[in-house]
Design a protein around this ligand. Structure first.
Ligand code: A2P
Length: 336
């Protein structure tokens, strides 16, 4: 491969900056790089492999000549500019919610359904961060013994909301520790020293949209009508999402069998020795690309039920790494 011309829309954001980092680590040959954001940061320079690149205003940009464009600048930006980039001839990998449920757009976790990219029409969607890490852990089990039902509670870090949310967690924590009123911002309640069982807007179903995403995206990726019962919670953690997951399988299986499937699966690390307080924690999983699984145990209250605790870096595994891996796996498999 001689290297492609690569663009990132939202390059100055929390995920955009991680995409730059992951490209540096995983893509040896890059012919040219173009970085886009809003007019606020147009003209700003970002460094990549010792060279400085000027950030362009997405609104005034022409995507002609780009082979691949990663989008991570919010749903509105993707709705407006992804079709323009596709029309200009680029393969677009979109990290937002804009096109995920469009039947013409493959929704891909490379370890689970890379085959879905074969039908792409220029646009491929990257799933939601909490869906990605759950799918990486559950797809290998589902392939052997289809999962019938998933009950999941998430513990999602503020970095998933963006750089502004990282800042508000710091400021609120400092204020509370100093005995002052925490400043308002980003979330409907203070996030410092708190838990907020709301992510995104409320839907008529009674689910918040983050929960609805987990239900619908899981079914689309696994090509199944699997039942998913989620509760998504924002927690005062900077990086990494954690998930308590309960699954019911179609057929009987032993704990040892489930453990051996996970131990052999791609990109999964078992951290599971509860007697020695060994299990994945957000701090320990930061800046890693794998999905970490621990607390694996039988749920004796249902036939063939298991519980587990799944942790991954939401900006890397749950966003940037998944997006870049879609591209690198397509190249590696001759699909791009
Ligand atoms: P900017 O830095 O110019 O605001 P985060 O998820 O960390 O909040 O980052 C959001 C990313 O999306 C940033 O790169 C931000 O650029 C970019 N962005 C936000 N609004 C727009 C817009 N209207 N057009 C292009 N990029 C945008």
């Amino acid at each position: 491969m001689n290297g492609h011309n690569i663009g990132i829309v939202g390059a100055t954001g929390a995920v955009g900056l991680k995409i730059l980092k992951v490209l540096d680590e995983r893509v040896k040959d890059i012919q040219n790089l173009r970085l886009f954001a809003s007019e606020r940061s147009a003209g700003q320079q970002l460094e990549f492999r010792g060279k400085r690149y000027q950030v362009e205003d997405t609104a005034n940009s022409d995507f002609t000549g780009l082979d691949v464009v990663f989008f991570s600048a919010g749903t509105e930006v993707s709705l407006k500019y992804c079709p323009i980039a596709v029309k200009a001839g680029a393969l677009v990998i979109d990290n937002t919610n804009a096109h995920r449920m469009n039947p013409d757009v493959p929704l891909v976790v490379p370890e689970a359904n890379l085959h879905a990219v074969k039908n792409h029409k220029g646009l491929i969607a990257n799933p939601n961060c909490s869906t990605i890490q759950m799918i990486v852990a559950l797809a290998p089990i589902h392939r052997v013994n289809p999962i019938r039902r998933i009950v999941v509670s998430t513990y999602q870090s503020v970095s998933g909301t963006g750089l502004e949310a990282i800042d508000i967690l710091k400021k609120q924590s400092e204020a509370i520790l100093a005995g002052k009123e925490p400043p308002e911002g980003v979330y409907p309640h203070p996030i410092a020293f708190n838990l907020i069982p709301q992510i995104d807007i409320l839907l008529e179903s009674g689910l918040y949209r983050e929960e609805d995403k987990m239900v619908k995206e899981t079914c689309k990726i696994l090509e199944s009508d699997i039942k998913v019962c989620p509760t998504t919670v924002r927690v005062p953690v900077m990086f990494c999402h954690s998930e308590s997951v309960n699954i019911e399988l179609s057929e009987p299986m032993t704990l040892a069998q489930v453990k051996s499937i996970l131990a052999e699966a791609e990109d999964i690390v078992m951290v599971d020795d509860p007697a020695r307080s060994v299990y994945p924690t957000p701090l320990a999983c930061q800046d890693r690309d794998e999905v970490f699984v621990g607390r694996l145990r039988v749920d004796p209250t249902v036939p063939s039920g298991f519980n587990m605790w799944i942790v991954a870096d939401n900006l890397r595994r749950g966003a940037a790494t998944n997006a870049v891996k879609i591209y690198t796996e397509m190249v590696r498999n001759g699909l791009f």
